[in-house]
Write a protein that binds this ligand. Sequence first.
Ligand SMILES: *[C@@H]1O[C@H](CO)[C@@H](O)[C@H](O)[C@H]1NC(C)=O
Ligand SMILES: *[C@@H]1O[C@H](CO)[C@@H](O)[C@H](O)[C@H]1NC(C)=O
Length: 503
Amino acid sequence: MNRRLIFIFFLVLLALSLLYSWRSFSNHTTGTRWANDPENDLGKAAETCATAVVTVTQTAEKALTTYTRVTPSSEFSKFAGKDEPFPRELLSQAELDLVNSALKVADETPREKRLKRFYNLNGAKDWLDYINSLDDDTIPPLTKFTQDYIYKHQFPDSCKDKQFVVMNHFRDKNGMGTVFHGAGHILGLALRNNRILLWNHAGDNAPGRNFIEPGCGGSPGYEHERSLDCIFEKISSCTLQDVTPENSVKVEQYWGPPNSLTGVAGSVPPVLGYAMKQLYPDIAPDGLKYWWRTQSVGFLMRLNGEGMRRVKELRTAKMHHAVMTHGKTKSVEEITVPFPLPAGTFSMHVRHGDKAVEMNLVPMSKYIEVAHEYIAQNPLTSLKSAFISTEDNAIFEEAKTTFAEPGESTTSMKDWVFYYSDIPRLNGGPEEQLNAFGNRTEMTCKWLQQLIMALECDLVIGTRGSGWNRMIDELRCVWGTGAGGCKAPFMEVGPFEDWGSGT
Ligand SMILES: *[C@@H]1O[C@H](CO)[C@@H](O)[C@H](O)[C@H]1NC(C)=O
Ligand SMILES: *[C@@H]1O[C@H](CO)[C@@H](O)[C@H](O)[C@H]1NC(C)=O
């Protein structure tokens, strides 16, 4: 923005000096005393110039933010791309073999291999190996170091003589984003104070218990309790059996830890803060906070073998997914949902439901507008292909009827293909949905399947005002799932804030 303005400013300066030299040139040739002419004085010129700056800036803004599509003029229509069928009969057998081997190579892209491996992850060791296999250029700085550091801290060789933070459930109405972001905050404080974070399994009081059916995810001595351990990796090798009143502090609510746990919101463990400052001496506190959120959520949300197995089962069940397209030639039935989703697919998480109390809800049309702009600018690496997740069934009706493409004069696809999953939806909050749909563990697995399917996408459109959208951004980064991992853009459709409320 600033660079653009400076550029425009120089253009105008150049125009002014050209005008001036033309005037002095014509002064010499015609002998008119233009400088003394009140109509032509420099003050007037400066005023004209100022008006010009404003007009040029406005025009530039408009040109850059308005997506328009043109149909080629008839004069040039003979140069337009032709729609050819390319029938197989045109190719010799040797050419067909050549093509088939090329397609086979394309089928084994690093992205596809990575995603297939991801869906088979089983156990903490496997997760660490997976993270260590990622390309450092596509994940946030110090990810491998940090994930290993957290793991070693939480899984000591011996739990004897250790200190602990024991964390309780907070509120049933909190969404998964709030639970894990809150827990990530406490994990930061625990590491900072050289304590190991544990869930409080006693008395059905573990964080996020409402996401799990009773009797799944207990720990020694508390086998009948439930916790996130049911479908997520355990966060520590220590258990409540290692805890005494002397060696532990309790955290009753995510955002109000006891004062004995020193550190403020967004506190980063000193080893990690120091390391990050070596790399980015000028990093802002909230920059560091977002980085830590990404790391902590990436650790806490690793699914365990059983959870991942169920998510993969849901992901690959053909009956469970649906596709729609406005195609003139393709019908809905002809397309199945590929696994993984095609490279260049957008994730669009449209957060409606109860979120209206916290933020203005963004209409689906805004997502499409942003996608159209991106695709028009990057036609070689994007598709008119999107995975939609939402709690609002009306979105699919809207997508079906509203976003048909006008025709062939585009450098990308002729039409949109929208993928979505056939899961129970209720346009409300997480608590209402968990109460309405029976088996909580199963519902949670379906949500996680939605979350992870969003991570298959290379391009993300969403609004960071919603915790779920932030989780998509954080996890695609730290787990490096899509092509380009964290290097692929996140496109904001909500009110644009650079951190803003800081939640
Ligand atoms: C134009 O010419 C007049 C006299 O011939 C001179 O006084 C004036 O400075 C000139 N103006 C410019 C802009 O060169
Ligand atoms: C709930 O769903 C989970 C995950 O699919 C399954 O393992 C469990 O048996 C179900 N529980 C009940 C009570 O149906």
